[in-house]
Each structure stands twice: as structure tokens, then as C-alpha cells.
Design a binder for this molecule. Structure first.
Ligand SMILES: [Ca+2]
Ligand SMILES: [Ca+2]
Ligand SMILES: [Ca+2]
Length: 488
């Protein structure tokens, strides 16, 4: 183990000229449609080749009132949910090493696809909730075979809970529940140096050369610095050891921590760009600076940009289908801007912060091309209590249509106690079945004529005999299936 106590942390960076951000080239994302969704919305997620069906992309939207909806996006986003999750923010996860992939959700439930056609059915295979509470993040972009057993593993909670990361090992041989967790510690530091008190998270990435690396913030009294380490995982029997080799360090002066930076890999150029936002005493301003960290060094590129904020930037990478990776960050009094990771001063797009009908943005995600211009389009979910889903596009030819394909205009369903309430704009056939979290289905309302307006059905008898707990009601209204998450 190499300790870093003797390293000299004086910055040798020669200040390059900084330039103010130039927004003159930034095209504005336009609203194609807005849809009232209801509830408080969480960050949306996109899953490709869902349940092993090639080309089937789904958008997962979680709402505190409507539950977690799974919507097909191909060829056009259909906001009628094809099924429902027992948790939120799912990630693909190869649990058993056999096609198709499984999924793991925010609460650690590992779900297998039982049926990919609507209504989708998911079966719980395992629950990996080993740290007293929800995951903060599943870092699907780091999926790789970290322990070297031939099956991909899932990185989560980078920097959280006193660890560099917690890795959930995939594949058939990794055991059950918490046996699957590989805890990656912080890199060891010299006596008197602190990690846990000065780091709330760190960066974890796989270099374009294939090596895992972390950037860790360390401090001692009033000094702080950041160190890039190489990480290696060695397996001997049942024991996996992590070794850390420090590569380079930089003063932490003016640096607000890893949530003010990002690591973006350009897979074509094989470059790792480290973007850091710091307060520069010399010019009395915040500066967003780009380093070339391909070799694990803080190698200045000379690019230094002022006039931005860079807190929890959004690493879009190649999700827009661009030739270079894209990063988004905030510009005060404007909103989000998008730029190529190697040209921070000249954003090519902007998302204005006003006129969104949402109080706060929970998250953005790119889905397949909705407008026909060949470029992927953007879904924004946000809002507190009156959540909205908004489709945005850079396509200047897309017509702006408010509330197109809005299912709420035609039909809504909800459960009040043991009463199912369905509101439709036309007479329609209605039926319902209860789906338990392990995927079993129980008919609760036989096919029944519903009239235009409010229809109420007492399900007390049908619900009797079912155990208490979380479940989902699939309500079929005409040709639509609406899922309602509720707890008995
Ligand atoms: Ca599988
Ligand atoms: Ca593995
Ligand atoms: Ca488009």
C-alpha cells in the first residue's frame, strides 16, 4: 500500500486565461408538448431493449400519486403505462447471467421479466437492501465485471455511507441478498489526514484505458487536496481486495467537493476529461476548468470558463447520439446549457428555466427521436404535487402541441379506500385485476359497462382475503390499462 502523506500538494497549475461563457451559438430546446401528470415526480429513467425485446425502449416515470409508470417510446411515446414497478429508478442488472437482463430498483428489489407485453409482469428474485434505507444512486454507467468472475456488476452509492462505492455483484455465483455486496473502501490515508469529514462523495470512473479510478478529497486541519488513485480488484477465494495507487494530486483550495465536478470519457478520442469548478482567489471568481485525466493526472488543458455554476452537472455523454460526449450544467439566471465536454465555453443548446409549468425539475432524460429529425428528444419530469411531463426538442420544425396524447383528458382511475373510481369521457368497458408484488394476478372487477362521467366500484369483497401490503391494481378501461399502486 502506498500512502500519500509525503506527497507535496502545491498546485503547479499556471493560470491560463479564462473566458466567459458564450451563449451566442446555443439553440433553445422548444416545448413539443406538456402533459399534466400529477403528484410529485421523480427523475425519469429510460431502459433500452426492455425485457430483452430488441428495440423496445421504455420510459419509467415515478409519481407520488400515480405510482411508477412504464411507457413505450417507440415509435412515439405512448403515455399509457404498460406496467408498473414495485420501486423507482430501475437499472438493468444481470442477476442470473442468463438472457434477458433483470432489473434492480431503488429499494434493492431484483425483478425478472415474466411478460414483456402489456401489462408487463415482473417477479421479485431477491432483495438486496443492505444499508438501512434506500440507495442514493445506482450508477449503471459503471456496469462492468469489477470482480473478474465473468459477469457484470453494478456500482452504486458512490462516495456514500463511508465507502468509495458499493458494488452489487451480478451473475449466478454471487449469492443472495447482502452476500452480493462488495464494499469498496476509501483509499487509505496517513494518520491525521481525514477523508470522511471532508468528503461526502467522490468520483469513480473507468478510464478510457480500462483502469478503474477514483478522485478522493482529503483534508488536514485547514488544508485540503484531491487525489486520483488507480483501483485494482483482486479475488482470492471468497475475498476481494481493493488496492489503491495514488497517481496525482491537486490542491483543494476553493474546491467545493466532488459534486462540483464531473468525469466525462470521450470514447472516440480515448480521453478522460475531468471538469472541475473552483473559486479562484487570483481573479476572485468561480472557474470551470477542464483537465485531461486520461493518464490519471490533473493535466490542464488551458480551458477555463467563467459565468457558470457547476453543481451536480448532468453527464449526458452520448445519449443525444452525438460524435462527442455532452455535459449539461447551470448558468445563473438562464437555466441549463449543453455543450461538448471539450468545449465548455460554447454551449450548443440551452434549456430555459422559465415557462416550464414546473416548480422544480426532477430530472431529464433523452428518449428516441419523437419529431422525425433523426435526433433524440428530451423528456423533462418535474413539479411538486402538480407534476408535469414535458417533451422538448431542438427540432425547429416540430410543431408545438400542448397536451397531445394526454390520457388524463380521456380517462382517469384511482382507488379511494376500497372503491375504484374511473372517470371517462365516453361509455366504455371496465375491468380490474390486482397484481401482487411477486407478479400474481387476481381478478377484482369483471368486465363491466362504464358510462361517460364518474364510475365507482366497491371492491371490498374482491379485496378481502388478500394479504396486506403494497400491490398494484391494473384497471382496463377500453383498450387502455391504467396501473394504480396502493397499499392494503
Ligand atoms: Ca438474466
Ligand atoms: Ca462480476
Ligand atoms: Ca427529434
Amino acid at each position: 500500500m502506498i500512502l500519500v502523506a509525503s506527497m507535496v500538494f502545491a498546485a503547479t497549475i499556471h493560470a491560463s486565461a479564462q473566458v466567459p461563457i458564450d451563449l451566442s451559438q446555443a439553440l433553445e430546446f422548444r416545448v413539443v408538448w406538456k402533459m399534466p401528470w400529477g403528484g410529485t415526480l421523480i427523475k425519469p429513467v429510460v431502459l433500452d431493449n426492455f425485457c430483452g425485446v430488441a428495440g423496445q425502449q421504455v420510459l419509467v416515470i415515478g409519481s407520488t400519486t400515480r405510482g411508477v409508470s412504464t411507457c413505450r417510446t417507440v415509435p412515439i411515446l405512448d403515455t399509457n403505462s404498460i406496467g408498473f414497478w414495485t420501486g423507482v429508478i430501475p437499472s438493468e442488472f444481470d442477476y442470473d447471467g442468463i438472457e434477458p437482463p433483470e432489473y434492480i430498483n431503488h429499494g434493492g428489489h431484483v425483478l425478472a421479466c415474466e411478460r414483456a407485453d402489456p401489462p408487463i409482469a415482473m417477479r421479485t428474485l431477491d432483495t438486496i437492501a443492505c444499508w438501512g434505507g434506500a440507495f442514493t444512486t445506482l450508477e449503471a454507467e459503471f456496469t462492468a465485471d469489477i470482480d473478474g468472475d465473468g459477469f457484470d456488476d453494478l456500482v452504486c452509492d458512490v462516495g456514500g455511507g463511508g465507502y468509495t462505492a458499493r458494488v452489487i455483484r451480478g451473475g449466478p455465483n454471487a449469492g443472495r441478498k447482502c452476500e452480493r455486496i462488495l464494499y469498496v473502501p476509501y483509499a487509505p490515508v496517513a494518520n491525521g489526514t481525514n477523508v470522511t469529514n471532508c468528503v461526502t462523495n467522490c468520483l469513480f470512473w473507468r478510464s478510457s484505458s480500462g483502469v478503474y479510478r477514483i478522485m478522493q478529497m482529503e483534508c488536514q486541519e485547514s488544508r485540503s487536496w484531491v487525489v486520483i488513485y488507480d483501483l485494482r480488484f483482486q479475488t482470492e477465494g471468497n475475498t476481494i481486495t481493493t488496492t489503491f495507487t495514488p497517481i496525482d494530486s491537486l490542491t483543494g483550495k476553493g474546491f467545493g467537493g466532488p459534486s462540483h465536478c464531473a468525469l466525462v470519457t470521450d470514447t472516440l478520442l480515448k480521453k478522460d476529461w475531468l471538469l472541475m469548478f473552483r473559486f479562484d482567489d487570483d481573479i476572485n471568481q468561480n472557474v470551470l476548468e477542464r483537465f485531461d485525466a486520461t493518464d490519471g493526472m490533473f493535466e490542464p488543458t488551458g480551458e477555463r470558463v467563467t459565468g457558470t455554476e457547476f453543481y451536480q452537472p448532468w453527464t449526458i455523454s452520448y445519449a443525444m447520439v452525438t460524435s462527442k460526449p455532452v455535459i449539461a450544467y447551470h448558468v445563473p439566471n438562464l437555466g441549463q446549457v449543453l455543450c461538448y465536454a471539450d468545449d465548455l465555453a460554447h454551449p450548443f443548446a440551452k434549456i430555459l428555466g422559465n415557462d416550464r409549468d414546473v416548480v422544480s425539475t426532477s430530472g431529464y432524460v433523452f428518449i428516441n427521436d419523437q419529431t422525425g429529425d433523426g435526433h433524440n428528444d428530451l423528456v423533462l419530469a418535474g413539479g411538486y404535487q402538480n407534476g408535469m411531463v414535458i417533451l422538448l426538442s431542438l427540432d425547429s420544425t416540430a410543431s408545438t402541441v400542448a397536451n397531445s396524447n394526454d390520457p388524463l383528458r380521456q380517462v382517469t382511475a384511482r382507488i379511494l379506500g376500497t372503491t375504484l373510481e374511473v372517470i371517462t369521457t365516453r361509455p366504455v368497458m371496465i375491468s380490474a385485476q390486482l397484481v401482487t408484488t411477486d407478479g400474481r394476478m387476481f381478478p377484482t372487477l369483471p368486465l363491466t359497462h362504464g358510462s361517460a362521467g364518474v364510475n365507482r366500484f366497491d371492491l371490498r369483497q374482491a379485496l378481502e382475503g388478500h394479504p396486506a401490503g403494497a400491490c398494484i391494481m391494473h384497471v382496463r378501461v377500453g383498450d387502455k390499462v391504467i396501473g394504480i399502486n396502493f397499499v392494503r
